[in-house]
Design a protein around this ligand. Structure first.
Ligand code: ADP
Ligand code: MG
Length: 276
């Protein structure tokens, strides 16, 4: 497969708790269920994605994204596919661990520090149709690396007043990265998450978001409702099976909605091994 067939999505918002991690998993699993080869990369040192996909002791994993990025920084040879975990939902995961926070400090002084992740992804892209980057809740070096490596940005936003304030700073950062280091970068859309549309606050905030940004950025039409089931699933530490039920608020519904909107060109003809 040609490298250009792989599309890289970054789930970005400097605010925590807006469902970046859940959205990344939903998008990744949704695309995998539609036949795409997908890699999710956990870029948060808190390793929530790694834990919620079932690897509960991330600090015990022998190879994580921190290991691989350190190899890039130190210009040491490495196998880009090493450490990639295979989830039962046919999605692959490059896990994270607390080590990533130390690495971020080291990257600040590295040559071409914005391109460390991009260099790493170059080695894995030929194996995938889509890569989903689950970003940490900051606009720090790791998120800049994600924006430098991505083709498309998905911005999960909770319809609350404080979330709206941060959006301008986020869009400014995306615009800066686009103009300075990654001209191909595009915002795929803003995904309204954790929405309780019965409240006036949510409806008013959504209105503000549409008025302020709707002219320049796509806002995905269906807000993801707040669903206790999702909260409970995360609290349980997730697992190897992702919910498949078709209830009104199911993650499955979210998977379909988002993955139909965001689609890499086509599933690759040859699927890579799912086992082991
Ligand atoms: P982030 O990665 O932006 O910090 P998470 O994806 O970890 O956010 O989500 C934050 C919390 O909100 C988690 O506890 C998660 O389970 C919960 N959550 C995410 N989406 C939903 C939803 N649709 N309904 C209810 N809770 C949700
Ligand atoms: Mg997260």
């Amino acid at each position: 497969m040609d490298e250009s067939n792989c599309r890289v999505y970054a789930c970005v918002n400097q605010k925590g708790g807006v469902a970046k991690t859940v959205t990344s998993a939903n998008l990744g699993i949704g695309l995998a269920r539609r036949g795409h080869n997908v890699l999710i990369v956990d870029l948060d040192s808190q390793a929530n994605q790694t834990v919620s996909l079932g690897w509960r002791q991330p600090d015990e994993l022998p190879v994580t994204i921190a290991t691989q990025l350190l190899k890039v920084v130190e210009k040491k040879p490495f196998d880009p596919m090493a450490g990639i975990l295979r989830h039962a939902e046919s999605v692959h995961l490059m896990p994270s661990s607390i080590e990533l926070s130390g690495l971020e400090m080291r990257m600040v002084n590295a040559m071409s520090r914005e391109f460390v992740l991009r260099s790493y992804l170059k080695g894995v892209k030929p194996h995938y149709d889509a890569i989903v980057l689950d970003c940490p809740p900051t606009l720090g070096m790791m998120t800049i690396n994600a924006l430098a490596a991505a083709d498309r940005v998905i911005v999960p936003v909770q319809p609350e007043y404080l979330s709206v304030i941060g959006m301008t700073q986020l869009f400014d950062t995306v615009a800066l990265v686009k103009s300075e280091i990654n001209p191909g970068l595009q915002i795929e859309g803003v995904l309204i998450t954790l929405a309780n549309m019965r409240t006036n606050l949510a409806r008013n905030t959504l209105d503000i978001i549409h008025k302020a940004y709707g002219g320049s950025v796509r806002i995905f039409p269906n807000p993801i409702p707040y669903a206790t089931k999702v909260k409970e699933a995360s609290a349980e530490g997730g697992g190897t099976r992702w919910p498949t039920h078709r209830g009104k608020h199911s993650r499955c519904q979210e998977n379909r909605a988002l993955s139909l909107t965001c689609s890499p060109r086509r599933p690759s003809a040859t699927r890579i091994s799912r086992s082991g």
